[in-house]
Write a protein that binds this ligand. Structure first.
Ligand code: ATP
Ligand code: MG
Length: 181
């Protein structure tokens, strides 16, 4: 169906805000008005946003800041070459449509960052960075990648050690039939 991402992001953030603030992390949203709804699976996209926010909050120390934004993207080209500090990973669905408008959801934190050598394996199931102060089972990003693929989108990770991490989810306005169920 049609998914109003601005609304979806706000719902997810509102639901987790008390828990997040209890942890001493500040969360802000920056949602451009008038972003076109995407066609997709709302429950799956909620999971994507929840997993990225969960990570940003979980791996960011007390006093840190998490920011989630939504904006239009003219195409998926920007997803091919993430550039923050030159350290990045781009996972593009093989059937991401060319020459079509996308939207991009970004989740940015000012936490520890992710060392370069871990980036290629991050979205593998059960993959976790050693020595992380807290964590789960290592499934969150595998789910994110799976859902992004089903929506013919793209996922990028830009990270700098000691500075923070940005995950960006690119979604085409009209994805594969498989994702519309
Ligand atoms: P789960 O999501 O199943 O609870 P998890 O958070 O450990 O477990 P993923 O969400 O797949 O698993 O993340 C994989 C690993 O990537 C994490 O264990 C962590 O080491 C690293 N990571 C993910 N997001 C961040 C982030 N925002 N900052 C620093 N490291 C991160
Ligand atoms: Mg996680």
């Amino acid at each position: 169906g049609k998914v109003e991402l601005a609304r979806t992001i706000q719902d997810v953030v509102d639901a987790v805000r008390p828990l997040i603030e209890e942890r001493g992390v500040n969360i802000t949203t920056d949602v451009r008005p008038g972003v076109t709804p995407v066609t997709g699976d709302r429950d799956q996209l909620v999971q994507v946003i929840q997993n990225l926010v969960d990570n940003a909050v979980k791996y960011t120390p007390k006093g840190g800041a998490v920011r989630i934004s939504l904006e239009p993207a003219a195409s998926v080209e920007a997803a091919r070459a993430p550039s923050r500090s030159g350290v990045g990973l781009s996972l593009l669905s093989p059937d991401a449509p060319e020459g079509q408008a996308f939207v991009v959801i970004r989740v940015t934190d000012d936490g520890p960052g992710i060392a370069r050598q871990h980036l290629p394996r991050l979205s593998e199931r059960f993959y976790r960075v050693e020595g992380q102060r807290s964590g789960g089972t290592g499934l969150g990003l595998a789910i994110v990648k799976h859902v992004v693929n089903r929506h013919r989108g793209g996922l990028t990770v830009e990270s700098a050690e000691g500075e923070g991490t940005t995950f960006s989810v690119y979604l085409p306005l009209a994805p594969a039939v498989a994702a519309q169920a």
